[in-house]
Design a binder for this molecule. Structure first.
Ligand SMILES: Cc1ncc(C[n+]2csc(CCOP(=O)(O)OP(=O)(O)O)c2C)c(N)n1
Length: 826
């Protein structure tokens, strides 16, 4: 054979070999040995029906207990990175450490089972490898320079993670089982497997990783964006090294991962600038069951992880009964996150030893599987056998330690707090409202002028759109007092003045940079280059940071993220805007489970602001309401603030108040649409220099009116116009600008001032079953002290508003007429 021919042959065989390996790289995971109970049958893949030394070698690598899915990643460098790590020989693991973790994880569950029979603990048994997996991830993270990690997870194995990863003493967990102090949580608190916890993870390399296990509700996956938002805030606080220093590790159930949209929305925002946390590590604690439901009823795909493949990120399936493979995957996944600042998914496939909880009998629905599980030894026994170790003394020692911990718990009089808030929360408080919390929010006119000029400026040579240029010229006139201030400018002035005072601002929402109603223009676009310029980043030297992002078209993940951010950045004003208020219910779980109840359940505060455009303007059922009634129904014990400022100045003071008070409470603001530039809603600079937000805006009359119309928001301005048209001088109009906490003193003073009024009338645009009516009526009746309180509203309706603009106008006309005529009894 000629030398040339030999070279061609060897090239051909190198290519053939590469082809074989590529087939296994692409499809091998479908035939990997991933299910400890053998239920996950290999998929028939004709491309892999190969024999020969190369095929055998590739099969050993790609069809063993690790199934790597990465060939869908478009970036070749990333594919090669994974491939090299998977094809390299497995590093020597620390077997004693793995066995120690497995024994501790399992014995902990067993002790809980015997001591607290009949109590739910959501055992980790069958997925015990999670503990060595987290251990491997955090050790690798410590090597990469991680200083903190935010962990999020649901019920399964949570108590185990609290003890063995977060580092909470077992005695604390026992104390919560003993429920030693029920009186401290009457009407509040949360179950033990939802509580947050903080602690320190001592890494093998001598460093410590501070762990924050996020408090989470029952609603599966809802915590995902919250955890990421928290990580982003922690990273922001650190600065340039933030992404290295703070790591998100999010755990999921297999049914929840496949089923819940919020995690998919969260993963979708992971690579978007405003929400990027440099990659989060996701672990599916995959026991191949969701309560009683089997995988084929949980998703339309082979793996619960399959939706993750829509993103260019790797997914590592691993058999939870090969703990050495598990820790190897943990290391590879973590290093990938650090190499590419990318999310990564680990699918840890095991089983669930007991029922959904320990009080649940799984043999009713999966009798065969559970016969198998009953006969299946725990992992530590299998592993000890595999490595030829005698775990007996360790098992004894762990049992003794846990016995001692339980005795310790019995002595406790209070359930110990399992977390410590960071020092940056020291300056802030929650609890009930108190007038002493108020601060002045005035800004002097000359300062407003300076800030106003700055927010209307842009660099020389920056090509502003002619329409925006005109608007900015108008803003300069507003700043100089030559033109009244509108809502858009009031917001810019509030932000600018806060930034100057050192308050950072983070803002996100759909199309929020320009503003859905073309009103904000917080980011200017050069019409030649499409480059951005954010005037609020250039208010004055030494100012605080300002960020504003257009979000993805998601409510749940984005609001969850902003709530999370607010949880770890109390000094910042954090705002989320719904495109129209009606869309906020896409984030209803975040509102219900975190924003309104977080303080009551977990003692955790947030000053997040929700801006919800609201108003009946004939734009149809989904562009009118922000469901005021729902927020008021959720309001109790001063948990949130619900406000509707009727003028630009009121909005200005409200935003400043939120940032400058030390009271950290979520603020829901119903913001205007058509009123954004309306002459009735604009304000003078003097009003911005007035001391404070006024929760009740009184009628300017002398109090002699025979009727008082009470209202909030846009309808008040329409009532005022109607009153003028009618030349009516016997009707007063009072704006309630804060619906919750209800400013009873101010409201009752204003009602008392109208001593000649024969009746009070609550007027709202919403149908009778919506708006503030149901919340306010009993309260107004109390404050009216015997005088009648009537109401004008649309008829009760299943949908918030009509779809016909003309019908809307007819309704609105009737509403105004009725307000000035004889209103119906309630
Ligand atoms: C959003 C939501 N819907 C329903 C439930 C009720 N629920 C609690 S656990 C569970 C099954 C979860 O299965 P999986 O995600 O596989 O986790 P596992 O319990 O198996 O660890 C369900 C449906 C819930 N907690 N959250």
């Amino acid at each position: 054979m000629s030398r040339q021919q030999a070279a061609i042959d060897s090239t051909a065989s190198a290519e053939a070999r590469e082809h074989i390996w590529n087939l296994f790289r692409r499809w091998g995971f479908l035939q990997a040995n991933l299910d400890p109970l053998g239920g996950l049958e290999p998929v028939a893949v004709p491309e892999l029906d190969l024999s020969g030394p190369d095929a055998d070698a590739a099969r050993r690598v790609y069809c063993g207990t690790i199934g790597a899915e990465f060939m869908h990643i478009p970036d070749g460098a990333r594919r090669v990175w994974v491939q090299e790590r998977i094809e390299a020989p497995a590093p020597e693991p620390d077997r004693a450490r793995i066995l120690d973790r497995l024994v501790r994880a399992e014995i902990f569950e067993q002790v809980l089972q015997t001591r607290y029979l009949g109590t739910k603990r959501y055992s980790l048994e069958g997925e015990d490898a999670l503990i060595p997996l987290l251990d491997a991830i955090l050790n690798a993270a410590a090597e990469q320079g991680a200083e903190q990690s935010v962990l999020a997870m649901s019920h399964r194995g949570r108590l185990n993670v609290m003890t063995h990863i977060v580092g909470r003493p077992a005695a604390e967990i026992f104390a919560h089982f003993e429920d030693v102090d029920p009186r401290s949580v009457l009407g509040g608190g949360d179950v033990k497997y939802h509580m947050g916890a903080t602690g320190d993870f001592p890494a093998v390399n001598g460093r410590t990783v501070a762990i924050h296990l996020a408090s989470n509700p029952s609603h599966l996956e809802a915590v995902d964006p919250v955890a990421n938002g928290r990580v982003r805030a922690k990273q922001k606080r650190i600065g340039a090294e933030g992404r290295r220093a703070v790591l998100a590790v999010v755990m999921h159930g297999d049914a929840a991962f496949a089923g819940q949209g919020v995690w998919a929305e969260t993963l979708n925002i992971a690579g978007v600038e405003g929400f990027n946390v440099g990659g989060s590590v996701h672990i599916i604690v995959n026991n191949l069951i969701g309560f009683t439901t089997v995988p084929r009823d949980c998703h339309s795909s082979r793996f619960s992880s399959d939706l993750a493949k829509r993103l260019p990120i790797p997914i590592f399936h691993v058999n939870a009964e090969d703990p050495e493979a598990v820790v190897r995957v943990g290391r590879i996944a973590l290093d990938y996150r650090y190499a590419f600042q990318s999310p990564v998914v680990i699918d840890l496939i095991g089983y669930r030893r007991h029922g959904h909880s320990e009080v649940d009998d799984p043999t009713i629905t999966q009798p065969r599987r559970y016969r198998k599980i009953e006969a299946h030894p725990p992992l530590w026994k299998i592993y000890a056998g595999d490595i030829g170790a005698n775990p007996g003394p360790l098992v004894e020692q762990v049992r003794e330690e846990l016995d001692a911990a339980q005795k310790e718990a019995l002595e406790l009089e209070k359930s110990p707090p399992m977390r410590q808030l960071p020092a940056y929360w020291n300056a802030y408080q929650g609890g009930r409202y108190d007038a002493s919390l108020e601060v002045d929010t005035a800004v002097a006119p000359q300062e407003l002028a300076q800030i106003g000029e700055a927010v209307a400026s842009y660099p020389q040579g920056f090509h502003v759109h002619p329409k925006v240029k005109k608007l900015l010229e108008q803003r300069v006139e507003m700043a100089r007092g030559k033109r009244p201030v509108d809502f858009g400018m009031a917001e810019a002035l509030a932000f600018g003045s806060l930034l100057q005072q050192g308050v950072p601002i983070r803002f996100s929402g759909q199309d929020s940079r320009r503003g859905t109603f073309n009103q904000r223009h917080a980011a200017l676009t050069d019409i030649e280059t499409e480059e951005d310029y954010l005037p609020l980043q250039h208010v004055s030297p030494g100012q605080a940071w300002f960020e504003i992002y257009n979000s993805t078209l998601s409510e749940a993940s984005v609001l969850g993220f902003e709530y999370g951010f607010s949880r770890d950045f109390p000094e910042a004003l954090v705002l989320w805007e719904a495109q129209f208020g009606d869309f906020a219910n896409g984030a209803q779980i975040i509102i219900d489970q975190f924003i309104v109840a977080g303080e009551s359940k977990w003692g955790l505060l947030s000053g997040v602001v929700l801006l919800l455009p609201h108003g009946y303007e004939g734009q149809g059922p989904e562009h009118s309401s922000a469901r005021i009634e729902r927020f008021l129904q959720l309001a109790a014990r001063d948990n949130i603030q619900v406000c509707q400022p009727s003028t630009a100045a009121q909005y200005f003071h409200l935003l400043r108040r939120q940032a400058l008070r030390t009271w950290r409470k979520p603020l829901v603001v119903f913001t205007p649409k058509s009123m954004l530039r309306h002459p009735a809603a604009v304000s003078s600079l003097a009003e911005l220099s007035a001391p404070r937000f006024r929760p009740v805006v009184s009628d300017t009359g002398d109090g002699s009116a025979s009727r008082v119309l009470l209202c909030t928001g846009k309808i008040g301005h329409e009532l005022a116009a109607e009153r003028k048209r009618r030349k009516d001088d016997s009707t007063a109009i009072v704006f309630l600008e804060q619906l919750y906490p209800l400013p009873e003193a101010e409201l009752s003073a204003e009602m008392d001032r109208h001593s000649h009024a024969r009746e009070f009338v609550w007027v709202q645009e919403e149908p009778a079953n919506m708006g503030a009516l149901a919340f306010l009526l009993p309260r107004l009746e109390r404050l009216a002290r015997g005088r009648p309180v009537l109401s004008v509203k649309r008829s009760a309706s299943a949908s918030p508003a009509t779809g016909s603009h003309k019908a809307h106008e007819l309704e609105q006309h009737t509403l105004l007429t009725l307000a000035f005529a004889a209103p119906a009894k309630n």
